[in-house]
Design a protein around this ligand. Structure first.
Ligand code: GTP
Ligand code: SPV
Ligand code: MN
Length: 591
């Protein structure tokens, strides 16, 4: 397949370590992939779904203990602990290699090693980077085929001397006590062992496109972010691009594929999806920031996805999709999850594999699908995929949006005063935890730029990198920065804002602000809307008022908690962040 010595030498080493019975290069051909699907069905690794209703679709169930990312067992192994910073788990590289080599030793005996050459970003784009993943899982091969560009064309692009990220995955016996997801940013190396769940094993995604890439971006002057990218088309046919960072399972896929409310649709507004999870961003020749989506598919949260909430995501899953840990309707071999409709199948298999009467089962409060069950769908399936999706130069950003799940505190939307204030707003993001990672759900934690689990180096240096990127931009051309919160609750615990398609109303305000078309209220925390368009919306004006208000006492508590969070970075925290912090505290006290 290749004459690249770096590839061949590494392969020999990894074969000697893992000792597979067979080694297979993935060339990306449909014939090879189809043979792998058949093999996975024969061994029970995958289940073929109804090929009339869901052509090309398969089902996979992971081990019960292996259903989400494991942040506790994720490591950044830089030479020094300081380079990894206080937020990441760290171990000295030599010590970690020694530990891992023992775990990998002979791990592929009796198994086949698949070699997957893949490109993050369109093959040949100046933004793109190449990785090679070695894995003993067909599920991983088939998912990587959807999520990235794989095969012969990538090896050709790599050439005889090209560099790549070395990714080794061994499923082993999915023992959670010996599960490790490890990054060596200084060696461009990723090692994952004892898991078979998405974010832990599709090494092009979080491991490469965020953790390793954020480190590369810091060194090379660009940014790798946990952001969706969407294009918003107005009735004049102009398209403006927005990138938005929300923590895991906080609405990126939903916002990226939004369908505007009826009256805006009639006027001609439309949303185009460029990406739903990851953005690679760099300065273009014209001085603006440009973003690409390095992925080729969506690894989306299934529960809550319905015709009503996210029609486009649902449409994307109608063919050539892999479903993981959802429920099966045994009557017609289709899939079901909580929130799809109000009609759970009677003859169901729940995500752990038990046959149950879905109606009785869910009536007792059980869930048929795991809360972090997912679909892996090709981006080309999406009805609103952007014509710019494959553009090797990316799309120019007008706005950057941060947001999280906050029951109180954060208003529906506000605008930062300028770039550095915007970086501070991102750095102080907090959100309630979700089922996307193992551990407690619903606990508020700091998740700067939605990157807490994904920054491949010291978070303080990451803040400094953001500030430096801004300093290199003409303020007129820099994207404007905003914060949103779709998740504010009333006293009875109900969402105050309808969310989903109606979030378009907020996006319109954001773009109006970018274009200087609308005035705003200057407050202690930033610019707040004087008004959000609520045409045809059944919402109490009092609720609207509350959604757009700030509570001084709550914010002073917030500021105190920010101070505690920042303290852990010591002197490494950029002075600009502390200046913004002090300025916010002063403005609040003056309120
Ligand atoms: P990752 O793939 O984990 O990075 O997540 P994501 O940010 O793409 O999350 P996704 O869009 O899949 O949303 C996750 C959950 O948030 C789903 O249960 C949605 O129903 C819910 N959600 C998304 N948008 C909204 C909204 O505007 N309002 C409310 N109330 N819930 C929302
Ligand atoms: C996330 O958890 O943010 C995801 C899913 O997008 S995973 O790929 O598993 O990380
Ligand atoms: Mn994500």
């Amino acid at each position: 397949m290749t004459q690249n010595k770096k590839v061949l030498n590494w392969l020999e080493e990894m074969k000697a370590l893992t000792k597979p019975d067979e080694v297979v290069w993935i060339d990306g051909s449909e014939a090879q992939l189809e043979a792998l699907r058949a093999e996975a069905v024969a061994t029970g690794e995958m289940i073929k779904l109804n090929q009339e209703k869901l052509p090309g679709c398969y089902y996979h169930r992971t081990a019960e203990n292996d259903v989400a990312r494991v942040e506790e067992r994720t490591f950044i192994c830089t030479e020094t602990k300081e380079e990894a910073g206080p937020i990441n788990n760290w171990m000295a590289p030599a010590e970690m290699y020694a530990k891992l080599n023992k775990l990998y030793d002979g791990s592929m005996k009796g198994r086949t090693m698949y070699i997957i050459p893949y490109s993050m970003g369109p093959v040949g784009s100046p933004f793109s980077k190449i990785g090679i993943e070695l894995t003993d899982s067909i599920y991983v091969v088939l998912n990587m085929n959807i999520m990235t560009r794989i095969g012969k064309s990538v090896i050709d692009a790599l050439g005889e001397d090209g560099d790549f990220v070395k990714c080794l995955h061994a499923k082993k016996d999915v023992n959670p006590d010996e599960r490790y997801i490890v990054h060596f940013p200084q060696d461009n190396t990723i090692m994952s062992v004892n898991s078979a769940y998405g974010g832990n094993v599709l090494l092009g995604k979080k491991c490469f496109a965020l953790r390793i890439a954020s480190y590369q971006g810091m060194k090379e002057g660009w940014m790798a972010e946990h952001m969706l990218i969407l294009g918003l088309e107005n009735p004049q046919g102009e398209v403006k691009y927005i990138a938005a960072a929300f923590p895991s399972a906080c609405g990126k896929t939903n916002l990226a594929m939004l369908i505007p409310p009826e009256y805006l649709k009639k006027k001609g507004y439309k949303v185009w999806t460029v990406g739903d999870d990851i953005a690679w961003i760099r300065k273009g020749a014209d001085g603006r920031l440009y973003a690409i989506n390095p992925e080729a598919g969506f690894f989306g949260v299934a529960p809550g996805t319905s015709v009503k909430t996210n029609f486009n995501a649902l449409e994307s899953t109608k063919k050539n999709t892999i479903f993981t840990n959802v429920a099966i309707n045994n009557d017609d071999m289709t899939v079901w999850w909580e929130g799809l409709d109000k009609n759970p199948p009677e003859n169901a298999t729940e995500w752990k594999g038990a046959k149950v009467n879905g109606k009785e089962f869910t009536a007792d409060g059980n869930k048929l699908a795991h809360p972090n069950s997912r679909f892996t769908a090709p981006a080309v399936n999406c009805p609103c995929i952007s014509p710019e999706f494959e553009n090797p130069q990316g799309v120019p950003l007008s706005a950057i949006v941060f947001g999280g799940r906050r029951a109180k505190t954060a208003p529906l939307v506000y605008q930062a005063f300028d770039w550095n204030h915007g970086v501070f707003v991102g750095a102080t993001m907090a959100s309630e935890t979700t089922a996307a990672a193992a551990g407690a759900v619903g606990v508020v934690r700091r998740d700067p730029m939605a990157m807490k689990p994904f920054v491949g180096y010291n978070m303080a240096d990451y803040f400094a990198h953001w500030i430096e990127i801004g300093a290199g931009l003409d303020p007129e051309k820099a994207p404007k920065i905003f914060h949103v919160n779709w998740f504010r609750l009333d006293d009875e615990g109900h969402f105050m804002w309808p969310g989903f398609g109606d979030n378009m109303r907020v996006l319109n305000w954001i773009l109006d602000r970018c274009e200087g078309k609308v005035d705003a209220k200057e407050t202690a925390i930033g610019y707040l809307p004087k008004e959000i368009d609520t045409t045809d919306l059944d919402i109490d004006p009092k609720a609207m008022e509350e959604l757009l208000s700030i509570d001084k006492e709550v914010w002073l508590e917030e500021v105190a908690s920010q101070k505690e969070f920042f303290a852990q970075f010591g002197d490494r925290l950029p002075k600009e962040i502390m200046e913004e912090h002090n300025a916010l505290e002063k403005r609040l006290n003056d309120m």
